[in-house]
Design a protein around this ligand. Structure first.
Ligand code: CO
Length: 226
């Protein structure tokens, strides 16, 4: 199939539907974007950022990669971060992991898929850092879930550690960094209970988030959205 007609048809129906509700929507959006949120999530097809939080085009700036990893020298992620923080002036950055993440599972189990193993090595750094806490869990599924959670906390910390976010806070910019996890099994987001809003609280919030996370059963969040 050289041309994916069904996708173009669905696109036309989607755009028509929005224009029926709001005829000026795309014209208005074409002039500027002013999202308040930057979503850093996994590339997994089951974790579509906008749909999960029911936001329209223009409302969510998005960066996705395998296993929602924030690497200190990844210019792709850093460029997104810089543009979002310095130009768009987003107010919130959320790192969103998800249970059942194939990348995290492969990292835990040391499965080999070639090149991607080099990327997942960053998740294995998280696994190795918390080897004792993971070893105390009764089975592999719990270990994968816990590593999904710990990976979010670690990547939140990475977001807070780079010059872009540190400089924004140093100049008094209003910016919060959140750690969330999504369950593909029920469609619900959980807040992992860490929210960093300045350089002075970064280290203490990170340490207490890790401590509390390790102490509680897997798949239970500190601030349940009931
Ligand atoms: Co994933």
């Amino acid at each position: 199939m050289r041309v994916l007609n069904h996708l173009f048809e669905k696109n036309r129906e989607w755009a028509d539907g929005i224009k029926q509700q709001d005829p000026e929507f795309f014209t208005r959006l074409s002039r500027q974007q002013a999202p308040e949120y930057l979503w850093i999530g996994c590339a997994d097809s089951r974790v579509p950022a906008n749909q999960i939080v029911d936001l329209m085009p223009g409302e969510l700036f998005v960066h996705r990669n395998v296993a929602n990893v924030v690497v200190h020298t990844d210019f792709n992620c850093l460029s997104v971060l810089q543009f979002a923080v310095e130009k768009l002036k987003v107010k919130h950055i959320m790192v969103v992991g998800h249970y059942g993440c194939g990348g995290v599972a492969a990292a835990l189990k040391d499965e080999g898929f070639g090149l991607i193993n080099n990327w997942l090595r960053h998740v294995q750094d998280v696994r190795d850092r918390y080897a004792d806490a993971l070893a105390r869990l009764p089975n592999e599924n719990d270990q994968i879930d816990r590593l999904c959670e710990l990976n979010v906390v670690e990547q939140v910390n990475h977001v807070c550690q780079n010059t872009i976010v540190r400089d924004a806070w140093a100049r008094g910019q209003n910016l919060s960094v959140h750690g969330w996890i999504y369950d593909v099994g029920d469609g619900l987001l959980r807040d992992l209970g860490l929210c960093v809003t300045g350089n002075d609280e970064r280290d203490s919030i990170y340490s207490s988030a890790v401590e509390e996370l390790i102490a509680r059963p897997v798949r239970t969040s500190r601030t349940r959205q009931s």
